[in-house]
Design a protein around this ligand. Sequence first.
Ligand SMILES: NS(=O)(=O)c1c(F)c(F)c(S(=O)(=O)CCO)c(N[C@H]2CCc3ccccc32)c1F
Ligand SMILES: [Zn+2]
Length: 261
Amino acid sequence: AQSVWGYDSDNGPERWHENYPMAKGEKQSPIEINSKDVQHDSSLAPWHASYDPGAAKTILNNGRTCRVVFDDTFDRSVLRGGPLTGAYRLRQLHLHWGSSDDHGSEHVIDGVKYAAELHMVHWNPKHGNFAGALKQPDGVAVVGIFLKVGNTPKPEMKRILEEIDNIKTKGKEAPFLHFDPSILFPKSRDYWTYHGSFTTPPCEECITWILLREPIEVSPDQMAKLRSLSKNDENEPANPLVDNWRPPQPLKGRVVRASFK
Ligand SMILES: NS(=O)(=O)c1c(F)c(F)c(S(=O)(=O)CCO)c(N[C@H]2CCc3ccccc32)c1F
Ligand SMILES: [Zn+2]
């Protein structure tokens, strides 16, 4: 049987293209961002999120990440503005993190790897449904927030990390209600934006990335909590869920724009 994709040596990012040819495409993510090559675009509008805390549904360990899913059956929690046209519906948020604090993010900024990277996945309802949006270049928008370890952690991360104990192993899901993810946003609205792909198979190139320049802080034990998740089922030997990040992919001539100077 073909081994399901993952982040290990036998099924990791270097081999994804064997089952998912788009992984070797022209507009793959993540990328390394070098400030000297970024183009400031004064026409870039500010972005706005209006999320309904009641849209939060459950938190899940899918063996690859910890994912919170939201009700996206109507324009209930939406992202607007920035490089986007129209309102994109929030579908899920998830994280990528490392086995130690010196790495874990997917995007790399001027050589800096953050301890983790949080993604809020939104899709464009003009394409009917999420599956349809995956096939369109303007189908999906992902807001990325960098997490760095510090000693003034944001209390808002607490909510997600408190749930970790209930979803330790793959397939575990727990109710996750009354949660407004916009509390995770840093103070500054500054962002980089470029066109890319999902950083997991099937790696469709349907994403407008909006990466926030200002990282948020998490505490060392919050990172330890994240690293206590397992990628295995409850009756399999423990296999820590860490290093679930894809390395930077070729830029292939793409331009990264900045909303700030
Ligand atoms: N870094 S990222 O933002 O590209 C990204 C992920 F990193 C990631 F892990 C997931 S997932 O759903 O948890 C696992 C893969 O299905 C998704 N979910 C997306 C990917 C493709 C797909 C298909 C159906 C439902 C959700 C998703 C994702 F968009
Ligand atoms: Zn992601």
